[in-house]
Design a protein around this ligand. Structure first.
Ligand code: GAR
Length: 206
């Protein structure tokens, strides 16, 4: 099986990045982490990457006048390392069609709810919206990124129950645990060429 090159975009703690690193190091996922890029200087995710000798870059979106200029800087770093798949792992910037079209069906994102629930929301707002909706289940979604924010073809979802006494934080924590199995699983399916996109649906080949 080919060893695909991953570029991971992050903004925060990077526990999903860690799950991918662990899957690679355990030999579960046949991939190479080519680069980790953060738009936040102090993101702990950069530290995690450095601890594993993975190139870790800080590219400040505030240094660029336009979103596309920032994205061009990201593309330059990703392309120079021949990245096959871009993984958004808690990356808190919306990407324009300029970036998305550069990597057609080659960008994955993880969303901490069962899309289309809480579409377009991020962080605590996602979980507050789920609690406000009265839903009894939430979970996470790994999906391909298209220009429609959180609207691209869904690769897989994992379900967790919403408990009566949940707060946005307690729900987020329960979901984060399943994210850590979902993301490596989705990347593995991609790396094995098992994902077939038909319209807005993803068929998983046997
Ligand atoms: C994760 O829960 C991820 O699903 C969420 O941010 C968290 C990042 O955690 N992403 C979004 O809300 C994007 N809309 P991590 O930095 O520990 O991986």
């Amino acid at each position: 099986m080919t060893n695909i090159k991953l570029g991971v975009l992050v903004s925060g703690s990077g526990t999903n990045l860690q799950a991918i690193i662990d899957a690679v190091e355990q030999g579960v996922l046949n991939a190479e982490l080519a680069v980790v890029i953060s738009n936040k200087k102090d993101a702990y995710a950069l530290e995690r990457a450095r601890k594993h000798q993975i190139p870790a870059l800080f590219i400040n979106h505030k240094d660029y006048a336009k979103r596309e200029d920032f994205e061009q800087a990201l593309i330059k770093e990703l392309d120079s390392r021949n990245v096959d798949l871009v993984c958004l792992a808690g990356f808190m910037r919306v990407l324009t069609p300029y970036f998305v079209n550069h990597f057609p069906h080659r960008i994955l994102n993880i969303h901490p709810a069962l899309l289309p629930a809480a579409k377009g929301l991020y962080g605590e707002h996602v979980h507050q919206a789920i609690l406000d909706s009265g839903a009894k289940f939430s979970g996470c979604t790994v999906h391909f990124v298209t220009a429609d924010v959180d609207g691209g073809p869904i690769v897989l979802q994992k379900i967790v129950p919403v408990e009566d006494d949940d707060t946005p934080l307690s729900l987020a924590e329960r979901i984060l645990e399943v994210e850590h199995t979902a993301y490596p699983e989705a990347v593995k399916l991609f790396s094995e060429h098992k994902l077939e996109i038909i319209g807005n649906r993803v068929k998983i080949k046997k």
